[in-house]
Write a protein that binds this ligand. Sequence first.
Ligand SMILES: Cc1cc2nc3c(=O)[nH]c(=O)nc-3n(C[C@H](O)[C@H](O)[C@H](O)COP(=O)(O)O)c2cc1C
Length: 169
Amino acid sequence: MANRKGIIFPFRSKLLKAKNPYERTDFVNRVAVVYWSGTGNTEKMAELVAEGVVAAGGRADIFTAAEFTKEMVQNYKALAFGCPSMGVEELEDTEFEPMFSSVKEFLKGKVIGLFGSYDWGDGEWMRNRVADCEDYGLTLINDGVIANNEPDDEAAENCRALGAALAKA
Ligand SMILES: Cc1cc2nc3c(=O)[nH]c(=O)nc-3n(C[C@H](O)[C@H](O)[C@H](O)COP(=O)(O)O)c2cc1C
């Protein structure tokens, strides 16, 4: 006949070993990848950033600039924003710039990565974006990944590395 100890303690230790129902074993870092692209180059970069997120064990949610809203920011700790150089070394001004202006204040305290494609310039638009974000007090994980037109192997690798870094942020 089991004594009190024999009944209670094995049972209790079994309970203690049982899985804590509140422990999230399915946890992955969700990263938002938000982009605008006119001819597909920055879109390709967004896909590569997402690839890097997934390869590092995270989950990437890809949105176009038109789909993303300030209410969505709270779902993410890390976000990547991609926009090509448009205007004269500027952001695309009908969808990306208005979206970014509206979400900016909610990005404080988040980890942000920037990326985008350009053509004839030297990446000035990205340097300006990085400076603007830093002046505003945002935490940038990089100096902005840039690709001259379609991402070549080096730019592709930089995009994947950005995704991996955001997944681990
Ligand atoms: C209206 C317009 C303005 C542009 N202005 C610049 C610029 O100032 N500097 C630059 O390097 N490239 C500029 N570009 C080139 C684009 O940045 C380049 O084609 C880029 O690869 C486009 O990316 P996407 O395919 O994601 O749209 C401009 C392109 C367009 C259509």
